[in-house]
Design a protein around this ligand. Structure first.
Ligand SMILES: NC(=O)c1ccc[n+]([C@@H]2O[C@H](COP(=O)([O-])OP(=O)(O)OC[C@H]3O[C@@H](n4cnc5c(N)ncnc54)[C@H](OP(=O)(O)O)[C@@H]3O)[C@@H](O)[C@H]2O)c1
Length: 249
């Protein structure tokens, strides 16, 4: 059984497909002949992502804010049933404990937790997740570490991780699998746009990664494995992909 043969004519929904890990997954899956629905906020970036996929299969792009209930309703009503779901949309936050306020808590949980839970709820209710499908949640090693300033981000990722494990049990009767990936640092807009960690410090942090920082492809490879039939006995599992960073801490 080869990974590249796995996805022909299967339909996958990828959130966060306009950038970083989600975009890479869209390219890698799309180029295997899968049928994709790509979701993000920026329509222009989604169209760009789509352009770089060489397939004759349908590729739909849909832009909106995942935390908007009307958008969620429209998406989950119109989408064709899916064989797999990749939850890559997410935001980051660096706020030390004494600077946290309720708006900051709401903002990060709304996207990293609530939106994912409500998306899955609506897809299930509308019978849009096929039996035997695979759901991949992109969490973070931050949820396992104690890096100063990452409290809200880490907590939102720990929450979605805990939720995903319960979901794996609830959906096992339909052979729907749910797995969690915890990437370490991968240079994407998520990291670059923050501008909080300067180049000098980034170099120091990279030294704590025995294999250096990762690429989006490193994470996408694991996502494709978990979406494929090569992992049909894998559910409720957590995968740390961080070039060895956590073993050095
Ligand atoms: N990069 C890392 O080092 C790293 C490490 C661990 C975990 N992760 C996790 O991996 C996932 C992907 O991160 P990334 O590095 O690929 O980030 P990225 O390049 O910033 O991409 C984030 C994606 O999420 C979408 N998005 C954000 N808020 C949204 C909203 N409210 N509604 C709909 N879409 C929304 C963005 O859409 P637009 O581009 O259209 O705005 C974009 O497509 C995230 O969950 C992140 O927490 C990343």
């Amino acid at each position: 059984m080869y990974l590249s043969d796995q996805f022909t004519n299967k339909h996958f929904l990828i959130t966060g497909a306009s950038s970083g890990i989600g975009q890479q997954t869209a390219w890698d899956l799309g180029n295997t002949g899968a049928w994709l629905t790509l979701l993000g906020r920026d329509l222009g970036k989604l169209e760009e992502t789509k352009k770089q996929i060489g397939t004759t299969n349908p590729l739909h792009v849909i832009s909106g804010e995942l935390q908007d209930p009307n958008f969620l309703d429209e998406l989950t009503s119109s989408i064709e049933p899916i064989d797999g779901l990749v939850l890559s949309a997410g935001i980051i936050d660096y706020t030390p404990a004494k600077m946290i306020n309720s708006q900051k808590i709401r903002k990060i949980f709304e996207i990293n937790f609530d939106a994912n839970v409500l998306l899955i709820q609506a897809l299930l209710k509308k019978k849009k997740i096929k039996d035997g499908a695979s759901i991949v949640v992109i969490s973070s090693i931050s949820s396992k570490l104690g890096v100063a300033g990452t409290g809200l981000y880490a907590a939102s990722k720990a929450a979605i991780t805990a939720y995903a494990k319960v979901l794996a049990t609830e959906l096992s009767g339909k052979k729907i699998r749910v797995n969690i990936i915890h990437p370490g640092i991968v240079k994407t807009n998520l990291i670059d746009d923050q501008g909080i960690v300067d180049q000098e410090n980034m170099k120091k942090i990279e030294l704590s990664y025995p294999l250096g920082f990762g690429s989006t492809g490193d994470v996408s490879n694991q996502i494709l494995y978990l979406l494929s039939d090569l992992s049909t006995w894998v559910t409720g599992s957590e995968f740390i992909i961080d070039g060895g960073h956590t073993i050095t801490r």
